[in-house]
Design a protein around this ligand. Structure first.
Ligand SMILES: C[S@@+](CC[C@H](N)C(=O)[O-])C[C@H]1O[C@@H](n2cnc3c(N)ncnc32)[C@H](O)[C@@H]1O
Length: 237
């Protein structure tokens, strides 16, 4: 006899929550169509995790602060969590290979190489950056920054992507908080881990528009999850 669990839909990406998996600055520049990053400083990378965006920007003399709950932890803990994630990502990407556009990265190995480069650049900067206040342990939707502290706040691969783990109210509160601390907010991607348009997006845009926020979906020069070619841009009127 077939057990009910035989009918259970198995997800391609079974990550067990929001995971530390970080991208490089060149990737952020593509996700957010940022040709002139210096012109947007100071920048906040909310949920920056083990991305090397802040580390690389700092080397270029551009003011970037990153915030993430994992900045409470030290190098050993972050490395351990990263290795668990790398394994889950390999399994997920193998299952879901067909629904990615490989023109940017070329191969799974290239993606993993970039993630490891990002991790090493990030870890090499973490302790100095913590002392300098550039890595701030904090969780959305409550950030320890003053109103308007940043010209631009970015959220990459957290909001909307983890829509099954983070509900609509969380998204709305997080977007309002990002708008409190920055003049402009950009979010990418706008699809979930299954590669489907986030069900939270239309409602969140509509509520924010009602609160006087200009909301725009902007095409970007990047596609990895097929169809994920736009970012959300928020500005006060
Ligand atoms: C997939 S990683 C993305 C990292 C980076 N933004 C990038 O795209 O390379 C997601 C990050 O979100 C962080 N995170 C989870 N919950 C959060 C919250 N409530 N507020 C801020 N960051 C959170 C995790 O710790 C993790 O580092």
């Amino acid at each position: 006899m077939m057990m009910t669990s035989d009918f259970k839909h198995e997800r391609e990406f079974d990550l067990g929550g929001v995971v530390p998996w970080g991208r490089r600055l060149q990737e952020y520049a593509a996700f957010f169509a940022l040709d002139d990053l210096a012109g947007f400083a100071p920048v906040l990378d909310a949920g920056g995790g083990p991305s090397s965006f802040a580390a690389e920007a700092t080397k270029m003399g551009i003011a970037v602060t990153a915030s993430d709950p994992i900045y409470r932890f030290g190098e050993g803990d972050i490395r351990r969590r990263f290795e668990q994630t790398a394994e889950a990502m390999r399994v997920g990407m193998r299952r879901a290979h067909y629904r990615f556009n490989w023109s940017y990265y070329g191969s799974e190995d290239a993606v993993h190489r970039l993630r490891r480069e990002a991790l090493e650049l990030f870890l090499g900067d973490l302790e100095t950056g913590k002392r300098e206040g550039r890595y701030v342990p904090a969780s959305l939707p409550a950030l320890p920054f003053a109103d308007g502290a940043f010209r631009l706040a970015l959220s990459s691969h957290l909001l909307f992507l983890y829509g099954d783990d983070l509900d609509f109210d969380f998204h709305l509160a997080a977007l309002r908080e990002l708008m409190r601390v920055a003049e402009e907010v950009r979010i990418f991607p706008l699809v979930n881990l299954d590669g489907l348009p986030s069900s939270h997006l239309p409602g969140a845009m509509s509520v924010l528009r009602g609160e006087g926020v200009r909301t725009e979906l902007v095409s970007v020069p990047f596609e990895f999850q097929k169809g994920a070619t736009r970012m959300l841009k928020l500005r006060k009127y």
